[in-house]
Design a protein around this ligand. Structure first.
Ligand code: ADP
Length: 245
């Protein structure tokens, strides 16, 4: 679905990506993991043309990502950022409907799709009439999901979608997202620095460090056959409550 070939990206003196070769298969759920600053968000942003490689190329569905074709390509990709990335002056429903409106969907079609997606994402329908500041963090995140799914894109990209939520809501949304992803069967690429969340939601992990791919594979494979000691270190860097009691 996505291929990065020999991709370099610098911001001034900072090397964000350093010769990244990566294939993300269609129909899979892939999590980009790694320490802060490893290049996870840069990879994700490149998949949707918010960043461009200095060298190398990004292909989507076999086609090179090109600035001229970007709008058409973006319609096939839903993008969710932390806290939903909603416009504060628009109601949740208007936020979600924005793209459909610019494409000329009728009011009825938009309403029907909003109702359907609110049910799917377990968002109370009256929440659609509220402004983002009148919603909880979890609800804003659900609105972000509704917006990303509005045009029924084959691909969903999520950048730390649950990062800003408290542990209880996060736990609940993780379970709902997993069910949702399984039901929809879309290609999903997400960024998280939470290893357990990645292993729970994704079937493939890509571990990045200092702008390079260290290892790609199932959580089981990274755990049982780490490509280098760092893989084991990173996978086991989070403290367990049991170890502290
Ligand atoms: P991650 O998502 O893994 O935390 P990022 O992809 O956000 O990492 O960033 C990779 C590196 O590139 C970091 O060192 C970050 O500071 C730098 N970087 C990312 N975006 C920018 C930007 N717009 N301007 C300058 N530096 C950036």
């Amino acid at each position: 679905m996505f291929t990065l070939a020999g991709v370099d990206k610098r911001y001034g003196p900072t090397v964000a990506l350093d010769g990244v070769d990566l294939h993300i298969a269609a129909g899979h759920r892939t999590a980009l993991i790694g320490p802060s600053g490893a290049g996870k968000s840069t990879v994700l942003r490149m998949l949707i043309g918010l960043e461009w490689p200095d060298r190398g190329e990004v292909r989507f569905d076999g086609e090179r990502l090109r600035r001229e074709a970007l709008l058409e390509q973006r319609r096939r990709i839903g993008y969710v950022i932390q806290e939903g990335g909603l416009f504060p002056h628009l109601s949740a429903g208007d936020n979600a409907a924005l793209l459909a409106r610019t494409l000329g969907w009728s009011r009825e079609r938009i309403q029907a799709r909003l109702q359907e997606l609110a049910a799917l994402c377990q968002l109370p329908v009256d929440a659609l009439r509220r402004f983002p500041s009148e919603l909880s963090g979890g609800q804003r995140q659900r609105v972000g999901l509704v917006r990303a799914l509005m045009l029924d894109p084959p691909v969903l990209l999520l950048d730390e979608p649950l990062g800003a939520l408290d542990p209880v809501i996060r736990h609940e949304l993780q379970a709902q997202m997993r069910t949702l992803f399984e039901r929809l069967g879309k290609t999903v690429v997400m960024v998280t620095h939470d290893v357990a969340e990645a292993a729970y939601l994704a079937d493939t992990l890509v571990l990045l460090r200092e702008g390079r791919v260290v290892q790609q594979g199932t959580a089981r494979r990274l755990n049982d056959s780490p490509a280098e000691p760092f893989v084991h270190e990173f996978l086991h860097a989070q403290r367990n409550l049991e170890d502290c009691l």
